[in-house]
Each structure stands twice: as structure tokens, then as C-alpha cells.
Design a protein around this ligand. Structure first.
Ligand code: SF4
Ligand code: SF4
Length: 248
């Protein structure tokens, strides 16, 4: 696929999109008074929840935790909670924190996950944005080296931050994950508690953080997870939402 691209400043990618943040960016977002959403998914060592081709990438951005009699690879995303317009988007659709905007805002419309190719039909950018500007993709390859560097920085942060994010979740009482591909569990932590956990977690390196359990979409998935040795939650969610990825 070849395409040119030029952002036309429509502001759509800054509206109703939770923006994944590095740990440093989550700290900045919190210090600025913004809300963070925590999204959690995991897969199991026997491959449940994971296409084989994605294993290397998924393993690198996850951390090994305990669940029942097995281990699980849990991936945790801290994202700017943008229900409606981002708090930093001004009336002219300009970013008020442009110089220090998160990495993902700089990378859009490109993907971070190397297994997801750019599909312009799934992006918010209007048709005209793909018709002008410099070459973005040529022969299937990203042309902009600076953009490629930002994507690699984002992947690197995913790998470096995950252990600390898991400890922050422990401090916040976040212990229920979804099965990758089946959904996400989503938490909206109290931001004073989130800021305190950000402070406290680095002071507890190597500390055991406790067991995780799985929230799944249906009995069939529950049976598969349990047969793999992991613990499945049975009570109704009290402090999180389950976002199913399965067709209703
Ligand atoms: S921080 Fe700026 S660029 Fe990022 S979503 Fe908000 S307004 Fe858009
Ligand atoms: S949706 Fe695309 S064109 Fe619109 S502001 Fe975002 S990057 Fe620019």
C-alpha cells in the first residue's frame, strides 16, 4: 500500500479516543488534573487468548502474574480518558499542550502494534487528508524515519513500564483482567489514589503483588480459562467495567 498524508486538523482523533500514555505521560496527565482509564487484558502460557504470530510482541509488553494454578501474561494500558473532546483540545481544534502532547498523539494515524497494518478506512482522518502531503507509506514501508523512531519509543516504553504499572494496579486494588481477544476490563481510578500509587510503587521493587483473576464474556470462555488453571471471577463487577470484544 502507498499513501500520502497530511493532517487537516479536524480534531476527530482527539475526540472519543482514550489515548494510551507512557508512565511519565500518565504522571503528567494526572498532575494536569486529567482522568486516566486503566485497561487490562491477559493471555495464558498455553496460548489461550493469543494468535501465535503475535506472541513475541504481546509477551514483551506484558508481565508474568499468578492466577489459580497457572501464570498469566498481563498487559496494562494507562490511557487519557477522553469521553467526548480531549480536555486539551481548544475551540479551534488545536492542542493546548502541543509541545508536550503524548507520543501516541504524535504517532496517529500510524499503529503502534507491528501486527496491525495501517488501514485508512478505519481511521478518523477525512479522505482529503490522504490525498495530499508527503509520502507516508511507500511499498508497504513507513517513509518518515522520525515517525518510525517515535513508534519504537512507544513500544520501548510499553516494555519498560509494565512491571511498575502492575504494582500501581496492585496498590489500586486492580486484580481482574479480561482474556486478550475476549475483551478488556476498564477501571476509572480515583485520581488522588492514582497519584499516590504512582509515587509509592517505585519504592516497592520486587514486592509480590498478589493473584489475578479473569472476567470473561461467556461460559464457554470461562470453561477454557478454568481448564487452563486460571481463576475466573464469578461475582458481578463492582469497581470496573467489562468491555466485550465479541459480537453480541
Ligand atoms: S493531548 Fe492534544 S493531541 Fe492529544 S488527544 Fe488531546 S488535544 Fe489531541
Ligand atoms: S483525525 Fe487525522 S486529520 Fe483529523 S486531526 Fe486527527 S490526525 Fe489530523
Amino acid at each position: 500500500m502507498n499513501t500520502t498524508f497530511s493532517c487537516v486538523g479536524c480534531g476527530k482523533c482527539c475526540t472519543d479516543h482514550h489515548v494510551p500514555l507512557t508512565l511519565d505521560e500518565a504522571r503528567m496527565w494526572s498532575d494536569d488534573g486529567g482522568q486516566v482509564i486503566v485497561l487490562v487484558e491477559a493471555f495464558l502460557p498455553n496460548g489461550l487468548g493469543l494468535p501465535t504470530a503475535q506472541r513475541e510482541h504481546a509477551e514483551r509488553r506484558s508481565t508474568v502474574v499468578h492466577s489459580g494454578t497457572t501464570e498469566a501474561f498481563v498487559a496494562i494500558t494507562f490511557a487519557a480518558y477522553n469521553a467526548g473532546r480531549c480536555r486539551n483540545l481548544d475551540e479551534d481544534n488545536l492542542c493546548r499542550i502541543y509541545e508536550r502532547r503524548p507520543l501516541v498523539c504524535r504517532i496517529y494515524p500510524m499503529e503502534i502494534n507491528p501486527h496491525i497494518p495501517l488501514d485508512i478506512t478505519r481511521k478518523d482522518c477525512p479522505p482529503e487528508s490522504w490525498e495530499t502531503g508527503p509520502q507516508l507509506i511507500l511499498g508497504g514501508e513507513l517513509v518518515d524515519r522520525e515517525l518510525a523512531r517515535l513508534i519504537e519509543r512507544s513500544r520501548q516504553a510499553d516494555r519498560e513500564d509494565i512491571a511498575l504499572k502492575e504494582r500501581i494496579c496492585a496498590l489500586l486494588g486492580i486484580r481482574t483482567t479480561a482474556l486478550k481477544g475476549d475483551g478488556f476490563t476498564a477501571y476509572l481510578p480515583d485520581m488522588a489514589a492514582f497519584a499516590a500509587a504512582l509515587e509509592q510503587a517505585p519504592r516497592q521493587p520486587g514486592q509480590q503483588t498478589g493473584e489475578w483473576q479473569f472476567h470473561v464474556s461467556c461460559d464457554e470462555v470461562a470453561n477454557q480459562v478454568q481448564a487452563s488453571g486460571a481463576r475466573v471471577v464469578t461475582e458481578a463487577p463492582a469497581h470496573y467495567a467489562f468491555i466485550s470484544l465479541r459480537a453480541a
